[in-house]
Design a protein around this ligand. Structure first.
Ligand code: SAM
Length: 343
C-alpha cells in the first residue's frame, strides 16, 4: 500500500537535504534573472560582441560586484564566456525580451505584486468562497483596473505562454475549418491566436471577442463584450482557448449555452488542459501547478478530466466529438451541438 502511494506521488525533487535546499533557492534564481532583465541587462548581453567591461560601462555597474553576477549566470547556463566576450546561451535567450519565445512576460506576471500577494492569501481563501486574488487585490483578476499595468502584465504573460501553442492550434484548424467560415475567438485577449491563424487562412472571417479592450488589428474584427451579459456574435466555429479553466462548472455551462443559442456555431473548439492518470511526471506537476493558479486567481476555475468535459458539453447541449493533445499541457477538444429528443 505504502509502495503504491509512493509511486503515485509526484516526486519531482530528490530526497536529499542539500538538493532540496538548492531547489528552494531556484525560486530566487528566477527572481534575480527577472531583476536583471527589468534593467535591460539580459538584453544587453544578447548584443553581439558584448564584454563585461562594456556591460558595466553601459549600465553604470561596479565591475568587481558584477563579475560575481556574471559567474552566477554562467554557473546556471544562462550565459557563456569566450575570452572577454559574454553571450546568452539558448536557454538564456528565453529571458531576453528580444527573443520570439521570451519568458519575460511570464516572470513579470509571476513576480508582480498582485500575483505575489494573491499567493500569500492561499490559506485565507480556503476558509470561504472568496479567491486569493480578490482577497489580496479587492477585485477579480479580469476586472482589476482594465486600463492599468496589471492588465497589460496579464495579457503579456498570456501571449508569452501561447507562442508555440498558437502555431499548433492554427495548424490543427486546417482540416477542421472549411473555407470562408466565420471563426470567433471568445475571450481571445489580444487576438494573438487570430493573428497566427490569419497567416495561413486569409479566406476566413475572423472575430475576436473579449471583455477587455485591446489594440485594434486590421486582421480581424474586434468586439468588446462580456460573454455572460452581451450577445455573442454569429460564427461557424467558436474557439475557447484557455477560457474554460478560468471558471467553475456552472459558469462554463452558462458560456457554452450562450454560445449555442447566440453564436450558433457548427463546432466549438476548446483548447485547455485535460488531466489524465496517464500523464507523465512533468505534465502532472505542470497541471497541478496550473490548477493551483486557477484556485488562487479565480477560485472556481480548475483543470479538468476528459469525463468532466464530456459532462459539461452534454449539460450545454453539445457532444464531445473528438480530442487530441497539442503538447504536454494542452488539448484540442471538438464539441458539436446535438438536438435533445422531445419526450
Ligand atoms: C486566460 S485568458 C485567455 C486569453 C486568450 N484566449 C489566450 O489564450 O491567450 C482569459 C481571457 O478571457 C477574457 N474574459 C474574462 N472574462 C470575460 C467575460 N466575462 N467576457 C469576455 N471575455 C472575458 C479575459 O479578458 C482574457 O483575455
Amino acid at each position: 500500500m505504502e509502495e503504491n502511494m509512493k509511486e503515485q506521488s509526484i516526486n519531482l525533487f530528490s530526497d536529499s537535504f542539500s538538493e532540496a535546499l538548492t531547489n528552494i533557492r531556484i525560486f530566487r534564481y528566477f527572481f534575480l534573472i527577472h531583476e536583471l532583465s527589468k534593467y535591460g541587462i539580459i538584453d544587453s548581453i544578447s548584443i553581439p560582441g558584448m564584454t563585461v567591461e562594456r556591460l558595466c560601462k553601459d549600465h553604470s555597474l561596479v565591475t568587481e560586484k558584477s563579475l560575481r553576477v556574471i559567474a552566477f549566470l554562467e554557473s546556471l547556463g544562462v550565459i557563456y564566456r569566450d575570452k572577454k566576450q559574454i553571450s546568452l546561451t539558448k536557454f538564456g535567450s528565453l529571458f531576453s525580451a528580444n527573443s520570439e519565445e521570451s519568458l519575460i512576460g511570464v516572470l513579470d506576471f509571476v513576480f508582480s505584486n498582485e500575483v505575489m500577494s494573491a499567493y500569500k492569501n492561499l490559506v485565507p481563501s480556503l476558509r470561504d468562497d472568496r479567491n486569493a486574488f480578490n482577497i489580496a487585490n479587492g477585485s477579480e483578476a479580469f476586472e482589476l483596473d482594465p486600463s492599468g499595468s496589471f492588465h497589460q502584465v496579464f495579457q503579456k504573460a498570456m501571449d508569452a505562454t501561447s507562442v508555440e501553442l498558437n502555431k499548433l492550434v492554427a495548424a490543427s484548424l486546417g482540416a477542421i475549418v472549411p473555407e470562408g467560415n466565420r471563426l470567433l475567438d471568445l475571450g481571445g485577449g489580444s487576438g494573438s491566436l487570430l493573428v497566427e491563424v490569419s497567416k495561413s487562412r486569409s479566406d476566413l472571417k475572423l472575430i475576436n471577442f473579449d471583455i477587455n479592450k485591446h489594440p485594434r488589428s486590421g486582421l480581424f474584427e474586434n468586439v468588446i463584450g462580456d460573454f455572460f451579459k452581451n450577445e455573442i456574435p454569429k460564427s461557424d466555429i467558436t474557439i475557447l482557448k484557455k477560457i474554460t479553466h478560468d471558471w467553475g462548472d456552472e459558469q462554463v455551462v452558462k458560456i457554452l449555452r450562450k454560445v449555442r443559442q447566440e453564436s450558433k456555431p457548427k463546432k466549438v473548439i476548446v483548447i485547455d488542459t485535460l488531466v489524465s492518470s496517464e500523464d507523465q511526471r512533468i505534465s502532472k506537476v505542470s497541471k497541478a501547478l496550473m490548477d493551483m493558479e486557477m484556485l488562487i486567481m479565480h477560485g472556481g476555475g480548475r483543470e479538468r478530466k476528459f469525463k468532466d468535459f464530456q459532462n459539461l458539453a452534454y449539460e450545454s447541449g453539445y457532444s464531445l466529438e473528438r480530442s487530441f493533445s497539442l503538447n504536454s499541457l494542452y488539448h484540442f477538444i471538438i464539441l458539436e451541438p446535438f438536438e435533445r429528443k422531445q419526450t
